[in-house]
Ligand binder design. Structure first.
Ligand code: PFF
Length: 481
């Protein structure tokens, strides 16, 4: 039987089951003479990891949340949430990946004591990755469609009613929604087919500087507008009265989503990290640069929004309705709008690459099939799952489970259940199973780095503080208190 035909056969599934049960060694990924693909330079590691963190979240979520929830006060809470929860989990995930040099399922199997099914974290991660990609790719599809619309100038109207109906027309057209989504999937899949170094690393190394350049251009224009100061005030003016328990919990959830943790993404990328890479420093840089991108996005958006008298908003209505109406009134608005949607597409590309790499790495290594086939299988599954989200505003608008459309259901399941669950399990694995000594070894590059004290604090957080805080966020997200 040909190998490709065996993928779904009982034989291979049974073998996979045995591997998971640790009855037989997982040899599928070991091709002895072939070096495992990975990042080749320090800048490449940074670009790829930052590429994963930076995404739609920086443009349509973070700036609005900051502005609406207390400006600088919210930033402070977000920083605390990041330092206490997100950063420790991110470091732990990357350390696990690099130690095992394997996809999340195999990695946890290799590092866990025999008989303990910690690999479930990797399996949940893969499910979460598919769920997130299903709806994320649809929003990215709208962004790609808007690049074309921006070039044509068809959405250049200062009337939000007009830009609003153009947006509705797009999302309510089943064929367009599907085609744009598939185009995005082919684009991302095409990059992944080139491999880790020649695909992910090479592309993000070019995209990240471009992202900063475009952002700076848009910031300069926005700051030169009449009521720029109003926008800046909305974004940064500290208002501690707005900070309550739900804002704190929101900041924690955001920190998780922003740094792409809890679902094996960072573990997968960690497995491509170079041995000499300083993991704590890299994660700190990624976190800072990601925050900087969010702030720049806010500076690019809100001064313009306030100058033309629009209400600040979040989500699709900000990006696809308000922003085109704003650009219609700015000198050189046509060109700037094209730049804005290219910038958003650039941000989303790095995030999508990291999401799709999770199942690709798992399928490639665990089933011992080529990366090419693994990518095609992942794309196929994603095209099927994703189409339910693409059609959520048209043919499948009435298809609901638990009262939610597929789009909202996938968002809910991943953000409120799988990501926090993954985060808690990673903390528990490192804090209570893997142990302080191994974490110390991994994060100090076998004693070469003098960061012992920091790792002590980190371990304490991972063992006691972070899992508890994540549990609170999770229960709150589920509406249990
Ligand atoms: N960090 C991305 C953003 O802010 O848009 C979203 C994301 C990417 C979440 C990758 C999870 C992930 F694995």
């Amino acid at each position: 039987m040909k190998k490709s035909a065996r993928i779904f056969s009982g034989e291979i599934l049974f073998r996979h089951f045995l591997i998971l049960q640790s009855k037989i060694p997982d040899m599928s990924h070991s091709t002895p003479c072939v070096k495992r693909d990975g990042f080749t330079s320090s800048f490449g590691v940074l670009a790829a990891t930052l590429g994963s963190a930076v995404g739609l979240g920086n443009i349509w979520k973070f700036p609005y949340m900051t502005g609406a929830n207390g400006g600088a006060g919210f930033l402070l809470v977000y920083l605390l949430a990041t330092l206490l929860i997100a950063l420790p989990v991110m470091m732990a995930e990357i350390a696990i990946g690099r130690e095992a040099k394997a996809n999340p399922i195999t990695a946890l199997q290799r590092l866990a004591p025999r008989g303990f099914p910690w690999w479930v974290i990797g399996a949940c991660g893969m499910v979460a990755a598919f769920l997130i990609m299903s709806f994320y790719s649809e929003v990215v599809a709208w962004v790609f469609a808007y690049i074309l619309k921006a070039v044509e100038g068809s959405i250049l109207s200062n009337d939000p009613q007009v830009t609003g109906s153009a947006f509705n027309q797009l999302i309510q057209d089943p064929l367009q929604s599907l085609l744009w989504q598939w185009l995005v999937l082919i684009f991302i899949g095409g990059i992944l087919l080139l491999g880790v170094a020649k695909g992910i690393e090479a592309v993000t190394k070019k995209l990240m500087p471009l992202l900063f350049l475009l952002l700076l251009i848009l910031c300069a224009v926005s700051l030169s507008l009449d009521k720029a100061s109003e926008g800046i005030r909305f974004l940064f003016q500290p208002d501690f009265s707005k900070i309550d328990a739900s804002v704190v919990l929101m900041a924690m959830g955001l920190a998780f989503f922003k740094l792409s943790i809890g679902m094996g993404t960072m573990m997968t990328y960690g497995s491509y990290f170079r041995d000499q890479q300083n993991i704590p420093t890299t994660t700190l840089r990624v976190m800072t640069a990601d925050l900087f991108v969010s702030m720049l996005a806010g500076i690019a958006i809100f001064p313009a929004v306030f100058t033309f008298g629009f209400e600040p908003a979040a989500g699709p209505s900000l990006v696809f309705i308000t922003i085109p109406a704003v650009f219609a009134q700015i000198p050189m608005g046509h060109l700037l709008m094209v730049l804005f949607f290219v910038l958003t597409a650039v941000a989303a590309t790095g995030a999508m690459l990291s999401l799709l790499e999770v199942p690709v790495a798992i399928i490639h290594e665990r089933f011992g099939i080529s990366r090419r086939k693994a990518t095609l299988i992942s794309l196929l599954v994603l095209a099927m799952a994703g189409s339910t989200c693409a059609l959520t505003n048209s043919s499948m608008a009435n298809v609901k489970l638990f009262g939610l459309t597929m789009f909202d259901l996938f968002d809910y399941l991943s953000s409120n259940i799988l990501l926090p669950l993954g985060g808690i399990l990673i903390c528990l694995f490192v804090g209570w199973s893997w142990g302080a000594q191994r974490l110390q070894q991994a994060l100090s590059n076998r004693g070469q780095l003098h960061n012992q004290r920091m790792i002590h604090v980190l371990f304490f957080l991972l063992r006691y503080i972070s899992p508890l805080l994540i549990l609170i966020v999770m229960l709150k997200g589920l509406g249990l208190f």
